[in-house]
Write a protein that binds this ligand. Structure first.
Ligand SMILES: NC(=O)c1ccc[n+]([C@@H]2O[C@H](COP(=O)([O-])OP(=O)(O)OC[C@H]3O[C@@H](n4cnc5c(N)ncnc54)[C@H](O)[C@@H]3O)[C@@H](O)[C@H]2O)c1
Length: 257
């Protein structure tokens, strides 16, 4: 039963985050979205208020610890509690290791890993006080499968995955469950920018020179495919599940996670 729960979603302005916001609103949650894309947050807010649904966007850079702390403080002042946190915000960087700059490496980690740490640490204080809560981190199947030119992304996602498992272990005694979803190729701007020539078909078929096997189910995921698993993990139906990782990649990692 999700109705009435307060949910905080990072990376809410577009892609998977926006799809999750819409679904949680539909389920009757009070949804707070964090993102750096002010205009897109505003558009989402207008779209949802036309449907009489409760959504509020906050401009928040998850890679900035002080910004995260201040934003969560504002959310708590207004909504009094947080029941659900989903770490969706993420960036991809594509560059072979020999030409990767320190800036690229740090930028990728600052959002994909540090952002998950800052937000989870801050929100879990509220959850510990009330002895309940559900946290989900969106990692990637690239956390477990090495990819050429994606070392920073793969490593940052592996770190956020293991961080979330450790979080789940430390918070289990407070009745707080922490799980991970690991999508494969999913139809959002991030994926379309990745295949710059628009050749998502290459990802489906596989690219032998890059040791990239294709997707056995022969299609990329929709954002809603990922949202379905997140919804399950934050719901009471998953009340005995924690520190788990659901891989949603059409079989691309051959179940070898
Ligand atoms: N699309 C895929 O194929 C795919 C596959 C595996 C994992 N993922 C992961 O899923 C998550 C969602 O990806 P998506 O495909 O929806 O991407 P997207 O680029 O469509 O959306 C990402 C969102 O994160 C926000 N964001 C970026 N930096 C931020 C920051 N510093 N603070 C707050 N918000 C920030 C962006 O503004 C954007 O709204 C990411 O963590 C991504 O790594 C995506």
């Amino acid at each position: 039963m999700l109705k009435g729960k307060v949910a905080v979603i990072s990376g809410a302005a577009k892609g998977m985050g926006a799809a999750l916001v819409k679904r949680l609103c539909f389920e009757g949650c009070q949804v707070v979205g964090l993102d750096i894309e002010a205009e897109k947050l505003k558009q989402l807010s207008e779209e949802l208020s036309n449907r009489d649904q409760t959504f509020e966007g906050y401009i928040c850079d998850v890679s900035n610890k002080a910004h995260v702390t201040d934003t969560i403080q504002l959310v708590i002042e207004k909504y009094k509690t947080i029941d659900i946190l989903v770490n969706v915000a993420g960036v991809i960087s594509v560059n072979p290791i020999q030409s990767m700059t320190m800036d690229e490496w740090e930028h990728t980690f600052s959002i994909n890993t540090n952002g998950v740490f800052y937000l989870s640490q801050e929100v879990s204080k509220v959850m510990i006080a009330k002895q309940s809560g559900a946290i989900v981190t969106v990692s990637s199947n690239a956390a477990s499968v090495p990819r050429t030119s994606m070392s920073a992304y793969c490593a940052s996602k592996a770190a956020s995955l293991m961080f979330t498992r450790c979080l789940g272990l430390e918070l289990a005694k407070y009745n707080i469950r922490c799980n991970i979803v690991s999508p494969g190729a999913t139809d959002t701007d991030m994926q379309r920018d990745f295949w710059k020539d628009g050749a998502i078909e290459q990802g489906i078929k596989g690219v032998q020179e890059e040791y990239r096997v294709g997707i056995p189910l022969q299609r990329i995921a929709t954002p809603e495919n990922i949202v379905d698993s997140i919804l399950y993990l934050v719901s009471d139906q998953a009340s005995h599940i924690t520190m788990n990782n659901i891989v949603i990649d059409g079989g691309a990692s051959l179940g070898a996670q």
